[in-house]
Design a protein around this ligand. Structure first.
Ligand code: SAM
Length: 228
C-alpha cells in the first residue's frame, strides 16, 4: 500500500513502461507497479548499502525478484542497455541532486522517453535543466501529506526546443496555470513568511539590501501569480 505521495508518483508511470526507480530505498514504487500489473519489468537503484539491502529484501519478500532488478549503483549507472528502460523515476531528493543524477547519466537517458521527478526542494533547478535538455513538462501534481507540500514533475523528450519563462520555472508551467488550492496555500504561506522576514529585516540597524530586494521580488511574483 502506497502513501499518497508515492501513489501519485506511481500513477505517472505509463502502462507497460520499463521503469527505473533511482534512489528507490524501500522499493515501494517498483513493487507496487509490478504487483498491480501496470509494469512487468523494473530496476530499483540505490547508492547506499542500507537502503539497497532494504530494497533487495522487500523485492525478495514480495516474490518479485525475477521482475525487479535491485542494483547498488550511483544514479543512472543502475540502468543497463539491455533493460530498455523508457521511464525513470527519481523521488524524495533535493532538486540539485536530481539534476546532477540526470546530468551525469546522459548515456543511459538516450532511450528514456519519460521522467517522473519529485524534488523535495529546488524544483526550479530541475525545470531549468529539463528545458535545457529539450524535455517538456507535460504534467505536474502538487499535494500535501504529513504537513509537507510535494510537487511531481512529469517530462517527455521533445524534438524541438523547450522554453519556459522565469515564472514558469519558479512556480511550474502546469501548476501556475491550474492554481489548485494546495498550490495557492503553498505560495500564500511563503508570501506571509516573507512578509514577516521583511518586517524584521527592515528594522535592522544595517538592513541587508540584497536580501530585502530578493524577498520583495519574490513577493511581487507571488502576488502576480496568485492575484494578478
Ligand atoms: N525514492 C524514495 C521515496 O521517494 O520515498 C526514497 C527517497 S530517500 C529520501 C532518497 C534515497 O536516494 C536514499 O535512499 C538515498 O540513498 C538515495 N540516493 C541518494 N543519492 C543517490 C544516487 N546518486 N544514486 C542512487 N540513489 C541515491
Amino acid at each position: 500500500h502506497l502513501t499518497k505521495r508515492l501513489a501519485a508518483i506511481a500513477a505517472c508511470v505509463p502502462n507497460g513502461a520499463r521503469v527505473a526507480d533511482i534512489g528507490s530505498d524501500h522499493a515501494m514504487v517498483p513493487i507496487n507497479l509490478v504487483t498491480s500489473g501496470k509494469v512487468d519489468y523494473a530496476v530499483a537503484g540505490e547508492v547506499i548499502a542500507g537502503p539497497f539491502a532494504r530494497a533487495q529484501n522487500a523485492v525478495v519478500a514480495a516474490g518479485l525478484a525475477p521482475k525487479i532488478r535491485v542494483r547498488l549503483a550511483d544514479g543512472l549507472a543502475a540502468i543497463r542497455a539491455m533493460d530498455q528502460i523508457d521511464t525513470v523515476v527519481i523521488a524524495g531528493m533535493g532538486g540539485i541532486l536530481i539534476r546532477d543524477i540526470l546530468a551525469r547519466g546522459q548515456q543511459e537517458l538516450k532511450t528514456v522517453k519519460r521522467l517522473v521527478l519529485e524534488p523535495n526542494v529546488q524544483e526550479d533547478v530541475v525545470r531549468t535543466w529539463l528545458a535545457e535538455q529539450q524535455f517538456a513538462i507535460i504534467q505536474e501534481k502538487i499535494l500535501r501529506e504529513d504537513q509537507h507540500t510535494y510537487e511531481i514533475i512529469v517530462a517527455e523528450r521533445q524534438a524541438q526546443p523547450v522554453k519556459y519563462t522565469e515564472l514558469q520555472v519558479k512556480f511550474g508551467p502546469c501548476l501556475v496555470q491550474e492554481k489548485a488550492p494546495v498550490f495557492q496555500g503553498k505560495w500564500q504561506h511563503r508570501l506571509v513568511t516573507n512578509q514577516r522576514i521583511l518586517a524584521n529585516l527592515e528594522q535592522a540597524q544595517n538592513p541587508p539590501q540584497q536580501k530585502i530586494t530578493t524577498l520583495r521580488t519574490e513577493n511581487q511574483q507571488i502576488e502576480e501569480v496568485l492575484h494578478g
